[in-house]
Design a protein around this ligand. Structure first.
Ligand code: SF4
Ligand code: SF4
Length: 457
């Protein structure tokens, strides 16, 4: 690989942060050192007039690196996803999962068992040690019998093959305490949607029966918090709660002691505008998230941003492109949990198999290959330092084919958050404080069209 095309230079308050995701390098330098590094990398040599830090950096940067391996051959899923039903008892004002239009369809139990058996066979064949199953919806707990069947079948298969099980569920927590206790006993991780304090939660996430969702979500959070399962709290942030992010983070940490907290910015759709709900200003969101992250860190709890800087370079920051097999109630096997209409309307096809009526699993290898390849083509990301961590973000909502090469608000907020992550990793808290104070500079950085060292003059 050409390391120069994957090394970045980020201006921060008069200095420059050299960042190479492949060499795991992060270093703060001045302008003349940055130019020397560029010269030394172009020459592919570790020469420098400046003995010491620059020369060491060059030696490190010029070492041979390889791109992450692209998936090929037989399917090898990151995990098995099960959508027990698309139905939901919620009526969230920003729902992107089609719960309001979804047919009242529940996965037949035999189909659920076939999915688990097929996946268990692959895990055994590949000599992996884990059966990892994630549940999505709708609200998965609306089809409790499917969830129970999958859990018990997977445990049975795991016992027979000496494997471990990992169960994760994304849920709204709107059910009787018995169901929450079941999750607390059998699940590894419960990701609960809770958007903050009562007025915002009820405004964002009303129930179909007209009631607010706050009380039950809170009770489920308390039950999971006191159980052996890990509680993850996910909050959607709109213009209504962006100013409360710090307080929400503090409250989550204090009251529920979660395993992790995740803030996601609301994505605007025609439906959200009708409901008078708008995405947060990207600068406000990024600054509030960085501050909230510090509050969480003081409790020893990670605040996760899904497309933040990752330890290892990736082609995709979500399940898509990782062979993830997500089975819908109708038997389709897809790489993404959205309704197919969502990706079809932008010319994508993320289905790559199905479970036949006789419960035989069919994998369409051509489709799988196309998905694996397509996620690596992201023209917008080619000069962005988040290329190997965000990697395009949501392939359906953000960098779909024809989405354009200009940064959008999602890109800008991701770039600001990722910069602060890099500074934090260097222990540059003071510098992060400065950029949080000077948001105009932060915004100008977010709009920088190329971060590549080779474009630096
Ligand atoms: S350009 Fe946008 S989508 Fe692409 S990597 Fe950068 S932040 Fe992510
Ligand atoms: S493409 Fe978007 S909606 Fe689908 S799994 Fe990835 S991030 Fe989620």
């Amino acid at each position: 690989m050409n390391i120069l095309q994957n090394t970045y230079l980020l201006p921060v308050n008069g200095k420059y942060l050299v960042y190479s995701p492949f060499a795991s390098t992060r270093a703060l330098v001045n302008k003349s050192a940055a130019l020397e590094i560029k010269k030394g990398m172009k020459a592919g040599a570790a020469f420098s007039d400046n003995q010491g830090q620059v020369e060491n950096l060059l030696i490190h940067l010029n070492e041979k690196k390889v791109l992450p391996e692209k998936r090929k051959g037989e399917i090898n899923p990151l995990f098995l996803g099960i959508i027990p039903t698309r139905s939901c008892n919620g009526a969230c004002n920003y729902c992107d999962f089609g719960a309001d239009k979804a047919p009242d369809l529940y996965m037949p139990l035999k189909r659920a068992v076939s999915a688990v058996d097929w996946y268990s066979g692959i895990v055994r064949k590949n000599k992996h040690k884990l059966l990892e199953i994630h549940f999505f919806g709708g609200e998965p707990m609306m089809a409790m019998d499917v969830v129970e069947t999958v859990v018990h079948r997977a445990r049975f298969n795991a016992q027979n093959a000496n494997l471990k099980t990992v169960f994760e569920i994304s849920t709204n927590g709107q059910y009787h305490r018995d169901k929450a206790e079941f999750l607390g006993s059998y699940f590894t991780t419960v990701i609960l949607s809770l958007d903050g304090f009562e007025p915002v939660q009820n405004a964002h996430r009303p129930l179909k029966n007209g009631r607010g969702s706050f009380q039950d979500a809170r009770r489920t959070a308390e039950i999971i918090s006191g159980s052996s399962a890990r509680l993850g709290l996910r909050a959607c942030v709109s213009d209504k709660n962006v100013d409360q992010m710090g307080k929400i983070a503090e409250w989550f940490c204090r009251e529920f002691k979660p395993f992790s907290i995740n803030f996601e910015a609301l994505r605007e759709t025609s439906e959200t505008s009708i409901k008078n709900l708008y995405p947060p200003d990207p600068v406000k969101f990024a600054v509030s998230l960085i501050k909230a992250r510090r509050i969480c860190a003081s409790y020893g709890i990670p605040l996760v941003y899904a497309t933040d800087i990752s330890m290892n370079p990736v082609y995709s920051s979500c399940p898509v492109g990782k062979d993830t097999a997500i089975v819908s109630p109708d038997g389709r096997i897809s790489n993404c949990y959205l309704m197919p209409e969502k990706w079809k309307e932008i010319g994508m096809d993320l289905d790559f198999g199905f479970i036949r009526d006789d419960n035989v699993v069919v994998i369409e290898k051509g489709n799988l290959k196309t998905i694996r390849n397509d996620i690596t083509k992201k023209p917008r990301c080619s000069r962005c330092f988040c290329r190997w961590s965000c990697a395009g973000g949501c392939h359906v909502g953000n960098t779909f084919p024809g989405a354009g090469n200009d940064y959008n608000d999602y890109c800008r907020q991701t770039r600001m958050i990722s910069l602060s992550t890099l500074l934090d990793s260097l222990g540059m808290d003071e510098m992060t404080n400065e950029i949080l104070e000077e948001t105009a500079r932060l915004e100008s950085f977010a709009n920088q069209s190329s971060d590549l060292l080779m474009d630096f003059m």
